[in-house]
Every structure is written in structure tokens, then in C-alpha cells.
Design a protein around this ligand. Sequence first.
Ligand code: ADP
Ligand code: GLC
Length: 475
Amino acid sequence: MSLSVLSVASECAPLVKTGGLADVVGALPAAIAPEGITMRTLLPGYPAVLAALGSTQVVADLGPMFGGPVRLLAGTGGGLELLVVEAAHLYDRAGNIYLGPDGRDWSDNPQRFAALCRAAAIIARDGADGWTPDVIHGHDWQAGLVGDYLLADGTRTPVVITVHNIAFHGLADPSLIGTLGLDPRRYTREGYEYWGKVSALKAGLLTATRLTTVSQTYADELMTPEFGMGLDGVMRHRRDALSGIVNGIDEDVWNPATDPDITPYKTPAKKAANKAALRAEFGLPDSDGPLCVVVSRLTHQKGLDLLLEALPTLTARGGQLAILGSGDATLESAYRAAANDPNVGVRLGYDEALSHRLIAGGDAILVPSRFEPCGLTQLYGLRYGTLPVVALTGGLADTVINASPAGLAAGCATGIQFHPVTADALRGALMRLCDLFAQPKLWASLQRNAMKHPVGWGASASRYAALYRDALASE
Ligand code: ADP
Ligand code: GLC
């Protein structure tokens, strides 16, 4: 049976991206098409989204919302079937989609993403462009209010909510309950109230028919106080509805044999040209140790402060670091200072093509995250024979096979994991990395294992398809 699903998200590659959420939202429609699922993606009409739309059609006038007119557009963009919420007063802004020029959340973020949710609920109720979704799949807090709006309308479309990162709750002041059109009777502990605020994420977690997150380990972690970020009780309450489905990567975009940004290669031995080019680009001298790379947001989550502490251990063993990232001002300036070491190269900013050159040119990719719901860059590393050195948490625990004595004996290891997530444990992992790198035969076998490790969407796409069907059957 074919099924129609409306995916609701705040970002979507290749149109607008701040992190892995965009990659996943952009990849899902094509990944699940072979499962008989027709997916359309509902996005806010940011300038980049409107610019990417080919011929568009206005499919509905959604009336005034939060101080301005709102229309629903249908069209294709970035290879995706899109529905777009056109609302210039909410989305026509330069710069970051979540943050104003002062680096803080846009003050009307609750309204901006409530409009997205309201539009999704109207599409479920009335259809759009002659198309009505059987299921809504919402991503993170920005899609959290869909369920409440469906309830208010009496629309019974099942909702699946995926938690990509529970750190972001989408809080709003309760004085906005009326403005947002929420039912004030649901402002309780059993509803969307969270310590005196409206929590869009909590609303979504409680109203969804099914919940998922992006790895099995993170699903387990979410139910613990250490990782649940204040919502672990809600997650435990909904444990029967929760499952972990690991992300895949776009194997066309991330394919070392065809990648236009690098010197293509099919075997790890052929990575050398990329390594030499990367060293030259970052001004790093020749060295016998491993060239480590990082491509990341620079935030507390990613543990890159720990890497700063552990760096001397790496460089003392002949190792080097090339890092591309942007984020916290303190981390940015700390990395700028670290670049005084000739064996450390730093690029602050966001650069897709450079991220490909780093993943192709590195010997190892470092992901020392304090928590990591799934993580994508370690998956790119696997595909490119660039061995991941990762913290044992979330999706990093599920996607890398540790080169422990047992992993090596079984001949299946693909990288290095460390625990706990401390500078000391990271130092130990970097020393293990240097030891393994000094054994070329063993290293090459790890690279071959890594490149063979499945990182595509196949199995996860089937699981999402089964979940949509299950959600529909349960209504
Ligand atoms: P998160 O979503 O938490 O940031 P992920 O590992 O899931 O972490 O996804 C991050 C995505 O953003 C990857 O596609 C990664 O390559 C990309 N990325 C992160 N920082 C940069 C950067 N500075 N330049 C280019 N791409 C980046
Ligand atoms: C979030 C998480 C990251 C995950 C991504 C896509 O941004 O931090 O671990 O890979 O979402 O699901």
C-alpha cells in the first residue's frame, strides 16, 4: 500500500542547513520512495527556500497569522517536492534561520515555528494541491505544536516526532498561549507546560502517535537524567512509543569514488593525493603521524574543548590536526590560538567543499562529543576510509566498531571509541590511534573495514516506512 507523508522541518539540505537535521530531512524523501512512501516536505519560506523554488503555485491562503498574511506554496526545489509557508513578516530575514544578528534566538521564534505547525495541521485537515497526508512526520521542537493544533481541529492524522537533539526545547512565555492559539487547558504537567513555560518539544513528545530518535543508544540515553535534559521523565512515560532509527548518509553526495571536490579514490591506498593536498592547504609540514580532521559546530556538545587539552599528546607523537568549524566565540578564539602550533591548522567558518576535502584527506576524524544523538561526520569518515575516533555515546556508540583487542581479533574494527568523555580518555584514544597508525598493515585493514561498513539509508528507510504504517494502523 502506498502512503503519503508530510515531513515538517525547520531546515532541509541542500536549501538551508545549520547541521545534520538538514541532511536527514533532505535525504528522507528519496530514501523512502522505494518503500512506497510519497513524502512532501513542509518548510518555512526563508529567502533561500523561496529562491530555490522552481515554478510555484499558491495552493492556499492560510489567512493572517501573527501579524501578517500567510500563503501556502507548492513546487519543487533542490530535487524535493516542497510545500512552503510564505510569510515574509516571519521568515524574510538575512542571516541565521534561528538567530538574530546579536547571536540570540529571534524573539518571535515561538510564532515563526508555530506558523509552520499550524500550516501542517491545515494541510492535514484540508489537503493541499489535491494531496492529503496519511501521516505527519515532524522534526524537533519546531514541529512540536502540530499535535496540539490537530487536536484543536479534531483532525486524526497520526504524527511521528523525531528527536534530533533534546537540548532544544522551544520554550515560550505562557503569556503567548492565546497568541499561539493553544488550548489553555493543556497548560499542565500532563500537557505542554514545562517549569512555568510553554515547551513546544514537550507538546510534541506528548501528542505524537510515535516517537523516534536517531540512534538506539540515544533512545536509551534520553530516558536517563544525564541525557534527557529535563525531559527524561516524559521520555520514560512514552517509552512504549519510542524507537531509535539510525541516520544514513547521502551516498551520492558522500562517495569517494565520484566526489567532485576531491581526487577520487576507490581504495584507501589512493587517499594519498588528498592528504598531500590537505596538508598544503592548511600549511602543515610533512609528518609520520596521523593527520586528524574535525568538521563540526563549535559548541559544548561537541567536546572540542577537550580536544584542545589533548592536542599536545597528539602532536608530541607526530600527529596533526586540521579543523573546520564555527560556533562559540570562546572556542573559536581558543582554536585560533591553537593554530600557533605548526602542526595545527584551523579554518573558522562554514564550507561544504572544504568539508569534503578534509574528510577525504584525513587519516582519522575526531568526534569527542559529550552527547551525540547520531552524528554524521563519523559516517562520512567510515565511507572515506578516514577512521573515526569517537566518544562512546549516542549514535557514535552505534556506528563505530572499536579497535579493542576483541574488535581487532574479530577483524571487524572500524575506529576507536573512548569513555568517559574526558580529556584524559581522549588522550588515551589519541595514543591508541598513533599506535595503530604506526602499523600500516593493520591500519589498512581497519580502513577497508570502515569503507565496507553500511552507512546508507536502506535499513533505516524500511524502519521509517514500517513505523508510518504502524502509526496509521494504531489511530
Ligand atoms: P550536528 O547536526 O549536531 O551539527 P551532525 O554530525 O549530525 O551534527 O551533522 C553536522 C553536519 O554539518 C554534517 O553534514 C557536517 O559535515 C556539517 N558541518 C558542520 N560544521 C560544518 C562546517 N563548519 N562547514 C561545513 N559543514 C559543516
Ligand atoms: C542533531 C544531532 C546529530 C544528528 C543530527 C541529525 O543535530 O546533534 O547528532 O546527527 O541531528 O539527526
